[in-house]
Design a protein around this ligand. Sequence first.
Ligand code: ATP
Ligand code: MG
Length: 432
Amino acid sequence: MFERVCLVHYHELGLKGHNRAVFERRLVDNLKAALSSYPVSDVTRISGHLLVMVDGPDPVAYGAMGAAFRRQAEMVASVAEVIRQMPGVARVSSGWRTERDLDSMGQVAELALRDCEPCVSFKVIAHRSNTDFEVDSREMNVRIGAHLHETFPEKAVQMVDPEASVHVDVVQGSAYVYARSERGVGGLPVGSAGKVVCLLSGGIDSPVAAWRLIRRGAVAVGVHFSGRPQTSSSSEEVVSQLVEALAPCAGIGRVYVVAFGDYQRAVAAQCDPDLRVLLYRRLMFAVAERIARIEGAMALVTGESLGQVASQTLENILAVDEVAELPIFRPLIGDDKQEIIEEAKRLRTFAISTQDHADCCTLFMPRHPETHVALPRLIEAWEALPHEDWVERIVRDVEYHTYTCPAYRAPKRFRAPQRIGQDGDLADSLGA
Ligand code: ATP
Ligand code: MG
């Protein structure tokens, strides 16, 4: 019996004492969802690891180097790639499960070493978590190492820094053998750290900021402000592509979309031009906070980074923050744009964010936006707006889509999985 498996290793989960089982179950559910379209028969917990069983032919029956074997190796590599991107995964190893006898372990160790080709040096790292197996780990190292050396006489056995390390783990009832192992993204399983509302603009920064919180175990709910009907809805399409790109981490439960253009127009018509952007942003935060309350989310997240644009000075951040009571996280506040771009490329969101799309922030943009606003002046302008009424209406008319995220629970008020086409003709009633 040789079965293909991926072994999922985690670090921080192990530190969580009695919560550990809960965290492991979260990770199992998230992996099952992310792997639902792959030939994976089961995801289970075994001592200290998660085990992902990948369907496929027996390598002995098919010949270890045959086409079916190679196709399966490719499938296992793509399964491992999905696992690697899952928050909470420290490392993923691709290998085999076999019987607890030295011959089988030796045969499968050959396959594992072949899996690392080309390599010129190796060592065996055997481990036995159960002393009811008669051969101890030192003896296993020696015997499996000798077998591999016979099969691959051109490869050197090297204890320090070998190119390939063939792990043989003997546990209750089976043995796991693997040599390919890749680092995961780390962090904590989505759903183990509550819910946050992320302001998703369609730009480069906000998906990276959302990812940072998702990686720490938060379920993200996006809120996107579209310039519609004053602009096209192209930014909404971009945001939905961004969410798809982040889908492998199963971390975004839902995205709310606000048709914001008429409200911006109303702000522009009623307020000093230099305050427009700050007032748009206060309104965005007020709406995001209201949605957070409905969703039971406990923080807001933005992609701001200090001094990057006019609205991101300390004075302006302070003046906009004042509108919300919930904590506002800005995980990119100290990052340089270049670092953010590199991360966006790794997340495969960069190419999506840089497509041409309507950006509501530039709508009715004044020539000289205020860069260091005095808080009392902004509050005075804010209080002159019917902002409570606007937030109420925006939330009443909000549209949304729900995505695959096993850790997400929809709020009572918006139970249905999606809500679209809430467009009313607002322009007149907003006094714009
Ligand atoms: P990004 O690249 O994320 O768009 P940015 O550098 O363009 O950021 P701003 O436009 O000032 O900076 O936006 C700062 C943050 O405010 C964004 O990262 C996002 O979290 C939020 N934000 C801005 N515009 C929108 C929008 N239209 N919808 C939702 N959130 C927004
Ligand atoms: Mg932007």
